[in-house]
Design a protein around this ligand. Structure first.
Ligand code: AMP
Ligand code: ZN
Length: 474
């Protein structure tokens, strides 16, 4: 079964295949702006893309996937941070690039094969703008800024269907660094390719045929994708907020400049909400990985929580969902232990047609929750003695699946080996009472006792043959 993934351009599920004869799958994922720590919403997008990358590698072979993810290291936010902190732009962006790398490593995300920066590709961006000027798709405004002329590209709006909505000046067009200066533009919908130097930019300016300034945000992805993957790529991804205007503008620039289709497939994952709301500092619901580590959660639990929902649906993150993720990881670890234990191994046809089901879900529009669901059904069947034991091939397949999810046996085992807090005697006594209530099917009493335990800061994880006690994180 091939991988099918929703394509935002055609609004349909389409097969993923490399387009070039060399069989290399060319994959571009818009990266972070490096001016502050990435939040867990950003990491939802990056973890989902990591699962996708791993699945592509399983499908086409590791050497046949080329993954490029950029770093936005010059824009309004990075420059403002550098100004506020009175530090060179490079010092700010290096600090947050290093932090981003450390967080990605902790979340077990593979590094992209190429991680280009906007400041490292100024000439490539100027070259593209130059072609757009020569072809009549761009114009220089009086202040030296260069704008893309949206009316010069018939295909504008195909991705986001923006023409079906009202095109609004300002708010709708505001992107990463899209300060709109309507006076300079011929049309409100035009967007900046090159931004003329302003005093606030300080030393962060480059020479160009149109005067000193810096590139607009959108052009960096067109230029870096062209340089590292070629004019037509196989897949371009990002969070839904990038659909418009960022990706719409990337298509316009690239297709007008190169005269070829830009990307054969577009995939956008949905946003993460926290406690049912959009994340924001003022609401106090913006978490970084460090915030969650400080509460005692493991990065792997966050990884699990971020893939526990369908990537194309909004996911509501709560601290409760992280507790659930930790319990789920423990159950997974039990499955892994059984599979890896030679005493359960059988020859010939073993259990798990379920394993094929798991991979099928992943290949079917990256349905991670359904894949995890099938894995747990497998765990249940094993604990109930349904089906035979795994064969050698099953064990290899399970390892492959865990590799795609980025929840490898070695990682799960490390978590399981982490020292556990010992519950005090009064908590143990409460737990015993609850276990007895459950055994005698007095579920109301068992529920009340679970709440008492939670109030005292403990959670009880039930298994078929017993239970364990875990301290609740604050
Ligand atoms: P930025 O650094 O703002 O360009 O964002 C980096 C990536 O994170 C982009 O692909 C965004 O679409 C994505 N992103 C931003 N906020 C969220 C969120 N709340 N949930 C999921 N992805 C997000
Ligand atoms: Zn981009």
């Amino acid at each position: 079964m091939p991988i099918r993934l929703y394509d935002s351009l055609t609004r349909s599920l389409r097969e993923l295949q490399p387009g070039e004869k060399d069989g290399v799958f060319r994959f571009y994922n818009c990266g972070p702006t490096v001016y502050a720590p990435a939040h867990i919403g950003n990491f939802r997008t990056f973890v989902v893309n990591d699962v996708l990358r791993r699945l592509l590698e399983l499908e086409f072979g590791p050497a046949k996937v080329k993954h490029v993810r950029n770093l936005t290291d010059v824009d309004d936010k990075t420059i403002r941070r550098s100004r506020e902190e009175r530090r060179p732009l490079e010092a700010v962006t290096k600090q947050w690039t290093d932090k981003f790398h450390a967080d990605c490593d902790a979340l077990n995300c593979l590094r992209p094969h190429v991680e280009p920066t906007a400041t490292g590709h100024i000439q490539e961006q100027i070259d593209m703008i130059d072609v757009l000027m020569k072809k009549g798709n761009a114009y220089r405004a009086a202040d030296g800024s260069v704008y893309f002329k949206v009316s010069s590209f018939d295909g504008y709006g195909r991705l986001s269907r923006v023409k079906e909505r009202e095109l609004q000046v300002g708010s709708a067009l505001a992107g990463k660094s899209q300060a709109v200066d309507a006076d300079e533009k011929e049309d409100a919908t035009d967007f900046a390719l090159w931004k003329a130097h302003k005093p606030d930019d300080g030393v962060n300016s480059w020479n160009s045929p149109w005067g000193t300034g810096r590139p607009g945000w959108h052009i960096e992805c067109s230029a870096m994708s062209k340089k590292h993957l070629g004019e037509t790529i196989d897949l371009h991804t990002g969070g839904v907020d990038l659909l418009f205007p960022h990706h719409e503008n990337e298509i316009a620039q690239s297709e007008c400049c190169n005269g070829t289709p830009f990307s054969r497939h577009w995939y956008h994952s949905e946003h993460l909400l926290v406690d049912g709301k959009k994340m924001s500092k003022s609401l106090g619901n913006l978490y970084t990985l460090d915030d969650l580590k400080a509460k005692g959660f493991s990065p792997l639990a966050l990884r699990y929580a971020l893939i526990a929902g369908h990537p194309r649906k909004q996911l509501n993150f709560t601290l409760e969902s992280l507790h659930a993720a930790e319990s789920a990881l423990k159950k997974l670890q039990v499955i892994v232990t059984v599979f890896h234990d030679p005493k359960y191994r059988v020859a010939g046809n073993g259990t798990p047609s379920r394993l094929g089901e798991v991979l099928g879900h992943l290949r079917d529009d990256l349905n991670t929750p359904a894949a995890l669901g099938s894995l747990f059904k497998l765990g249940h069947e094993i604990s109930c003695g349904i089906g035979g034991g795994p064969t050698d091939a099953d064990v290899a397949t399970l390892d492959q699946i865990l590799g795609v999810l980025g929840l490898e046996a070695t990682k799960l085992n490390t978590l399981a080996a982490a020292p556990k807090a010992e519950a005090p005697d009064d908590i143990k006594a409460l737990a015993e009472k609850r276990w007895a209530a459950k055994a005698s099917k007095d579920f109301a009493a068992a529920d009340t006792l679970r709440k008492e335990l939670a109030t005292a800061g403990w959670s009880m994880l039930d298994r078929k043959d017993g239970y364990s006690l875990e301290p609740l994180k604050k």
